[in-house]
Design a protein around this ligand. Sequence first.
Ligand code: HEM
Length: 307
Amino acid sequence: MSELESVALIASKTPQPGIFLEGFQHIYFLEYKLTSEDDSAVKRAIAEGLMADKVEVVVSFGKTAWQRLQPRWTPATLEPFTTINGEQGHRAPSTQTDVFFWLQGHDIGEVFDQAVQIQTAMQPVAKLMLEERGFDYHHEMDLIGFEDGSANPKTDQLKHDAAVIPKGQPGEGGSLVLSQKWVHNLPKWNQVPVHAQEKVVGRTKDENVELEGDAMPDDSHISRTDLKVDGVAMKIYRRSAPFGGVKKNGLLFLAFGCELIRFSSQLESMYGLTEDKKIDQLLNFSTAVSGSYWFAPAQEDLVEVLQ
Ligand code: HEM
């Protein structure tokens, strides 16, 4: 039995499996704003979209949509994403909508077919607000040439602790989710010498080792995101993927957390909304163009809500 299976035995509810399945080559983001007032039609459409055997589909909901479909309870910390205006003029815009499908697969044809199936089911009840196709780049690298996900929690237990709402809380077995589309300025980034890029990220490029002591700047990406709040490490489980082509490209940032503060504290620190007012140097090379918070319910709660 894997560690995750033993964890599932003590947790009363089961996270959607796609959250923890890694190693896919193709991903797809679909974000919808509900247009229909008919709850039963909405539920049927989502259920149809989720019918899949070759592709992993994880569905999550914005706060308003969740409260509409499940009026009895809401995860304690779930809120809509609100636009962040950074200390030095950088912005993380809110594009919050209602339903988010995250697809992962090994075959782009199958992933595309599933995306079409979802769109066909959802089109009568919702408007597609964001669509983007992501891909694995050189085994989990970001397009900036650094591995993405290295400091993710390592064991199944640690991933679960970071990503899943604990037993006894509303939404137990589910996750809070942050999705953000980031557009890179790769021509600008690629002009930066490697040792300076390493200072921006906070890790070495080839060996992928975290910088230490005086070598680690306060405004590196790692310094801004490796945080503790009231003694608690703000661990999240990141599942981002690159997207785009040679002219426009970037990162589909995606992360799962057991509480919203895990994301909001990191974002505030990146955008300089902290005492030291320093901003993450990565912001000078990449721009967030979308941002939403979601709730990915446990399997049991999803089945109940879609009935
Ligand atoms: C353009 C957008 C972004 C890029 C290219 C990016 C890239 C990276 C890279 C290369 C690393 C180092 C390797 C690793 O541990 O994965 C990293 C670490 C990390 N990133 Fe990002 N990231 C982005 C946005 C974000 C955002 C929006 C957040 C949080 C809201 C975030 C949270 C983290 C965390 C928590 C770590 C690990 C810190 C630690 O060492 O404990 N990143 N990211």
